[in-house]
Design a protein around this ligand. Structure first.
Ligand SMILES: Nc1ncnc2c1ncn2[C@@H]1O[C@H](COP(=O)(O)OP(=O)(O)OP(=O)(O)O)[C@@H](O)[C@H]1O
Ligand SMILES: O=C(O)[C@H](O)CO
Length: 445
């Protein structure tokens, strides 16, 4: 990991903190920690499954991290796994033995994903109540296993996905629509099988709504056709979506097609949705490590939203309060927050949420000694860039002036990336293999 900080202690501390956060949500490590066989029991998180009566254990799944999850599951369960198939994004494969890995398109679904989804549905339909279906779910699953209902083609689904992704709708809203065009999302994977279902989930959704992560193939769907319709109307795409999609939604409104399974459906009595990693786990690991390093530690939140540059102002105000008054926490300290702020893009520049946060924070902490503020995307790619984030301190503004970099202009143009490139302020990890949104840190030594 490369951290763009000169002061050796701050540099070492930040590296250690981010590494601890990543390790806590590494998909391979998380599965190995949470899934194990002890005597005649399969233990997943806090759930125990008696192995003797289970006939077959079949594994399916989808998501960017699901290949690594499959690899770890094989390591833990070995020959107990009968067969399996997991769909990952192109380039996200992992070496497995029993569980087949299929690579497919993301964020726009493609034929490989369609075929993957079809094979998964076929597999789960053959299972009986004596079998256990383990589902490995992580971010990206919605696009990776498209299974459009009859009458909607892959092309229709691709077009609809593009429109929704560009519309400004939240992931909760996008997935509410996708669940109502699919035969696998919104609890329907669980409904398609008679087996007991254990869904092992790495969350990339703020607040961990099980119905939203990967469009909740094994979770009850609290949304209805009416919600899906309201969303396409609200974001102005109801007239742009393909006719087949509009007809299907309209038919759903008139109860012409069945709803997805709802929270009180009986089928969920044989389903467990088990979270094995989320933003909170990363934040907690950072906090524990900070404490062990002798820092006073304060966790602010794990569900941050809102404009990144506004969040930076808040971090700036807090840094000044710590420097002047020793509150809300005394030095040496580390303040930690997790979540996924947004950036309303107005300029033509290059950047990401974490870099824009850091850029705005530089102006806020200007002049403060021994203070660092960092934004960090846990997947290692902040926005459409190849860096994880950036870090600033009380002298960033002066250094920028010396290099004739205009901070205000860069912020106005959403152009944080070249700014930090010139100042060597980036945090670089390469792809981390996990994704639990972002971490935001303030260090005052
Ligand atoms: N020039 C820019 N400056 C700041 N933020 C940007 C810029 N360009 C894009 N972004 C932000 O980057 C994000 C898109 O990046 P990306 O494709 O990595 O999506 P993501 O939501 O981070 O995906 P994932 O959930 O898979 O990590 C959006 O939040 C967008 O506002
Ligand atoms: O796949 C999806 O729907 C998103 O990554 C949220 O989990």
């Amino acid at each position: 990991m490369r951290i763009g900080v000169r002061q050796p202690r701050a540099k070492a501390l930040l590296a250690r903190l981010f590494q601890a956060g990543l390790q806590a949500v590494d998909p391979y490590e998380a599965v190995r920690r949470q899934v194990r066989i002890r005597r005649d029991q399969l233990i997943i998180g806090s759930h125990h499954y008696s192995l003797a009566p289970i006939q077959r254990i079949v594994v399916v799944g989808a998501g960017k991290a699901s290949g690594r999850m499959a690899q770890a599951l094989e390591h833990q369960l070995g020959a107990r796994i009968d067969t399996g198939l997991v769909v990952v994004k192109y380039g996200h494969g992992a070496p497995t033995h029993t569980i087949r890995i299929v690579e497919a398109g993301h964020p726009i679904p493609d034929t490989a994903g369609l075929e993957g989804g079809r094979m998964i549905m076929e597999m789960v339909q053959t299972l009986t109540s004596a079998d256990l279906l383990i589902v490995l779910l992580s971010g990206g699953a919605s696009s990776l296993i498209p299974a459009p209902v009859a009458g909607i083609t892959l092309k229709d689904k691709q077009q609809t996905t593009k429109l929704l992704l560009r519309s400004g709708a939240t992931i909760q809203e996008i997935n509410a629509v996708r669940k109502h065009l699919s035969s696998i999302k919104g609890g329907q994977l669980a409904a398609a099988t008679s087996a007991r279902v254990a869904s092992v989930i790495l969350s990339d959704v703020i607040g961990n709504d099980l119905g939203t992560i990967g469009s909740g193939p094994t979770a009850p769907d609290a949304t209805r056709f009416q919600d899906a319709w309201d969303i396409v109307e609200r974001y102005g795409v109801s007239r742009k979506i393909p006719l087949s999609v509009r007809r299907h939604l309209e038919s759903g409104l008139k109860q012409g097609v069945p709803e997805t399974p709802k929270p009180r459906a009986k089928l969920f009595r044989r389903v467990e949705n088990i979270l094995i990693g989320d933003n909170r786990a990363a934040v907690d690991a950072v906090a524990e490590t900070a404490q062990r390093q002798g820092l006073h530690t304060l966790v602010l939140a794990t569900t941050l939203t809102g404009e990144a540059r506004e969040l930076a102002k808040f971090f700036g105000a807090m840094a000044r309060e710590i420097a002047a008054e020793g509150r809300p926490i005394r030095r040496p300290c580390c303040v930690i927050a997790g979540g996924e702020p947004t950036v309303t893009i107005r300029g033509e520049g290059k950047g990401g949420r974490a870099q824009e946060f850091a850029l705005a924070a530089a102006a806020e902490v200007a002049g403060l000694p021994e203070v660092w503020v960092a934004g960090f995307a846990t997947d290692g790619t902040d926005g459409p860039t190849s860096v994880a984030g950036a870090v600033v301190d009380g002298r960033t503004v002066v250094r920028a002036q010396r290099k004739k970099l205009n901070l205000a202009k860069a912020l106005q143009a959403n152009d944080a990336h070249p700014f930090f490139e010139a100042l060597h302020g980036h945090i670089v990890t390469g792809p981390t293999g996990t994704n639990v949104n972002d971490l935001y840190l303030l260090l005052a030594l």
